[in-house]
Design a protein. Structure first.
Length: 263
């Protein structure tokens, strides 16, 4: 037996050839505990945990951002391009984020579109003086490389403009080698850490810049796909709660899907 340090949502852990392997909750797919587990398997495990009645919600309750759903994963752990709930289906990117309107079950999603860029924007709590920019950049770069095992060349920038911290990750499919962790998985682990819901077994992320703990009021993740998303203007009219904002920016595909998550 062994402990999966990088994923607490697993069962049946065993050691093979010096590596701790465990079965991901909900899917039973074996995961290598020396690296990050894919976002698809993590979401599936989280949904399975919530079905136990621990977090039962009223039947009409819904979350506005499409944030967490029970995904279909390939055996490799990646998202299937087409995701459905009942008879409603939609296409997703490699981060599992919806990139089309919702349709009936006849919808065709020809291939899984790669998310090549991720922008994480965090707003820290009110404070008098700005943080030391160099210390802040160093902390986030080192955390992403060491904690989430992302090759530093995929971190294009860490920017600070009080109170906003913006981290840019970029990883084209042509750059990514088989052993590299995926930026979508890194962003998911990071987002959970910042919100105090760590996926790691027993290892909370302490965001401390120059020996001062940092607290966050808001975290927003933007996804940039290699092909622009296919939302109709009709789906973009603000609903009562659900609003998807498409921001036009001059990077990569030029269109970013915004998935907001308040702490």
């Amino acid at each position: 037996a062994c402990i999966c340090e990088k994923n607490k949502r697993v069962t049946s852990c065993r050691r093979a050839n010096g590596v701790c392997w465990c079965d991901s909750v909900g899917s039973g797919v074996p995961v290598n505990c020396d690296t990050l587990t894919s976002k698809c398997l993590l979401m599936k495990a989280e949904m399975t945990g919530s079905k136990s009645g621990r977090r039962e919600k009223p039947k009409d309750a819904f979350e506005d951002t499409d944030g967490l759903y029970d995904p279909e994963c390939e055996n490799t752990g990646v998202f299937k391009a087409k995701q459905c709930s009942g008879n409603t289906c939609w296409c997703v990117n490699t981060a599992g984020v919806r990139r089309t309107d919702k349709h009936d079950a006849d919808l065709k999603c020809n291939r899984l579109v790669r998310t090549t860029g991720i922008i994480v924007e965090m707003k820290h709590a009110e404070r008098n003086a700005p943080l030391n920019t160099e210390s802040l950049k160093k902390f986030f770069r080192e955390t992403i490389v060491n904690r989430y095992m992302l090759d530093g060349r995929y971190i294009t920038s860490v920017l600070y403009e009080k109170p906003y911290i913006t981290i840019n990750l970029k990883q084209n499919s042509s750059d990514k080698s088989s052993g590299d962790v995926d930026i979508a998985d890194v962003a998911y682990y990071f987002e959970k850490d910042v919100k105090g819901d760590s996926i790691f077994h027993n290892n909370i992320l302490n965001v401390s810049i120059d020996n001062e703990e940092l607290r966050f009021e808001k975290t927003v993740v933007y996804y940039v796909d290699e092909i622009a998303p296919e939302f109709s203007m009709k789906s973009l009219t603000p609903g009562l709660i659900a609003v998807i904002v498409v921001v036009i920016v001059a990077i990569v595909a030029g269109i970013v899907v915004l998935v907001s998550s308040n702490k």
